[in-house]
Design a binder for this molecule. Structure first.
Ligand SMILES: *[C@@H]1O[C@H](CO)[C@@H](O)[C@H](O)[C@H]1NC(C)=O
Length: 516
């Protein structure tokens, strides 16, 4: 329209902005001839002869989308244009055309056409009770959707009045409208609380670009072009948005699963002065989950960072009456790592900060008679103090050269891997994958498993994980709820690795294959 306007400036130059007589004429001609002619044309199009040749094309869309509104064969489009030209040419002949009547009318047609096919009901109910006549003058998305499902009712263009006059009204129109307005309450049973990682990660959310969300997150050069826009979003998130938002909804067996995102980025979790604010957001999310009857809330990525809240311990102490169970996923992460070690391995090298997962892995390996090797004397002594006597005999001080299986956690000096043997296998037990990787070594994903096929709506990738893979923390929450374990599993509490591993396998989660 704008193009037409600038192509023929001399035509539009003399056009007044508003002429009441022209606008009234357009409106009357629309309610009268346009709606009337369209109604009968439409009924004719539904006659077998024309329907099979023309109109069935438009009706191949049962579940309509806004774009459906313009999907018609050419001859039909010409016919519609001729009808719509009636009010426009009438104002031209009577010299009452104005910008408002011309462009306003075209906008009205496009808007109403898209509205009718948008397949989402949003007209508030009190609009129809305040203006009872409105029902006859304006259709609703649910009204027109009935035409696309039942084919022989609700023929009107935008005004149902002719359907009422000629008795082609669908009797279920009013009920369908009311049912569409009532949205089912989808209260979650399990919530996974995650956060944004890099700046670009906002585009990888299911709300971002679907094509990006469907692939593991990598850095894309072209997203740099978006940086000015990204920064604006970041500032908005930082200053205005102090609450979690829902990024994904899944169902599994009888459970409703949701992922909630703390609108903060990884680097903000390492800033000390952000701690209070972060704990406030996470604490509020926990209380919200508690009051809406969520059974289990799992703390993903850095939302359980030791320096921030000691694996969630802070919240259990702060809110002693929590009904929702908090899960940090440490036990399952350790179980996944232990079960990823190739069968027959006699020694593994354990690297990284001493934390829950570290000790859980060390203990489990010693019990399974796999020697746990450390690189430095002080670390070795510290580990021995934590292990029981039987396990102690199974740990050893070693050198880089002697182990081909490396279990690596947070705070590990990634340069050490340069000295590792060719073909070594690195199994991370950290939240984030190593930044550097050697081409001649093998690397596992961060602790994660493949989701069972019956988990619905898993179309986007969780961070850097492949499609349909879930992080240990997210799975731990789901398994915890399925098993109905009525305890928190966070802070210093770790579960028996066998128990949680067996439960996870029983519910259909599968091990991921190593990327080579
Ligand atoms: C959590 O929810 C339960 C039951 O709905 C309620 O009794 C309890 O006070 C809540 N806890 C907190 C800390 O709000």
């Amino acid at each position: 329209m704008y193009l037409v306007y600038i192509t023929f400036p001399e035509v539009f130059h003399h056009l007044p902005f508003w002429r009441t007589d022209g606008v009234i004429l357009t409106a009357l001609l629309h309610v009268g001839p346009v709606e009337f002619l369209y109604y009968w044309l439409h009924r004719a199009l539904h006659h077998h002869f024309l329907y099979s040749r023309y109109h069935s094309h438009h009706h191949s869309s049962i579940v309509t989308q806004p774009i459906t509104s313009v999907i018609h064969p050419f001859a039909e489009i010409v016919a519609y244009f001729v009808i719509f030209l009636i009010p426009i040419s009438a104002t031209i002949f009577t010299r009452t055309t104005s910008m408002a009547s011309l462009f306003g009318y075209i906008l009205y047609i496009d808007f109403m056409n898209n509205l009718g096919h948008c397949n989402f009901e949003f007209f508030p109910k009190n609009l129809f009770s305040l203006f009872p006549l409105f029902k006859y003058l304006c259709y609703t998305p649910s009204f027109h959707s009935l035409h696309h499902t039942k084919f022989r009712t609700n023929y009107c263009l935008f005004m149902p009045i002719y359907d009422y006059i000629y008795n082609t009204m669908d009797e279920s129109s009013d009920d369908t409208y009311e049912i569409s307005l009532k949205r089912p309450k989808d209260l979650p049973d399990v919530v996974h609380l995650t956060h944004l990682t890099t700046l670009d990660s906002i585009y990888h959310l299911p709300y971002g670009f679907s094509s990006l969300a469907s692939n593991p997150q990598t850095s894309n050069w072209y997203l740099r072009l978006m940086w000015p826009f990204t920064f604006v979003i970041k500032i908005i998130l930082a200053w205005i948005h102090g609450r979690t938002f829902i990024s994904e909804r899944n169902t599994f067996e009888k459970l409703n699963l949701q992922s909630w995102v703390v609108p903060r980025f990884t680097n903000q979790y390492f800033l000390k002065w952000q701690s209070t604010r972060l704990n406030k957001i996470i604490g509020e999310a926990i209380l919200e989950a508690n009051s809406s009857g969520v059974k289990v809330l799992s703390l993903g990525l850095l939302n359980q960072r030791e320096e921030l809240n000691a694996y969630g311990e802070l919240y259990i102490q702060k809110f002693p009456k929590l009904k929702v169970k908090i899960v940090d996923g440490s036990s399952l992460a350790a179980a996944i790592v232990v079960n990823s070690i190739p069968k027959g391995t006699s020694q593994v090298l354990l690297r990284g900060n001493f934390n829950n997962v570290f000790f859980a892995i060390a203990k489990a390996l010693c019990e399974a008679n796999v020697q746990v090797a450390m690189l430095h004397q002080d670390e070795f002594t510290k580990l021995q103090l934590r292990l029981n006597t039987k396990a102690r005999e199974s740990s050893a001080l070693s050198t880089i050269a002697s182990s081909k299986i490396w279990l690596v956690g947070d705070g590990w000096n990634e340069d050490e891997q340069m000295k590792a043997l060719k073909g070594s296998l690195f199994i991370p037990f950290s939240q984030f994958p190593p930044k550097k990787m050697r081409k001649d070594c093998f690397y596992h994903y961060t602790p994660s498993m493949r989701a069972p096929p019956s988990i619905k709506n898993m179309h986007s990738c969780e961070n850097w994980l492949p499609r349909r893979a879930m992080s240990a923390g997210r799975i731990a929450g789901i398994v915890h709820a399925l098993e109905g374990w009525n305890v928190h599993e966070c802070g210093s509490t770790t579960f028996c690795l066998h128990q949680i591993w067996d439960a996870t396998i029983r519910h259909g989660f599968q091990t991921l294959h190593t990327p080579s």
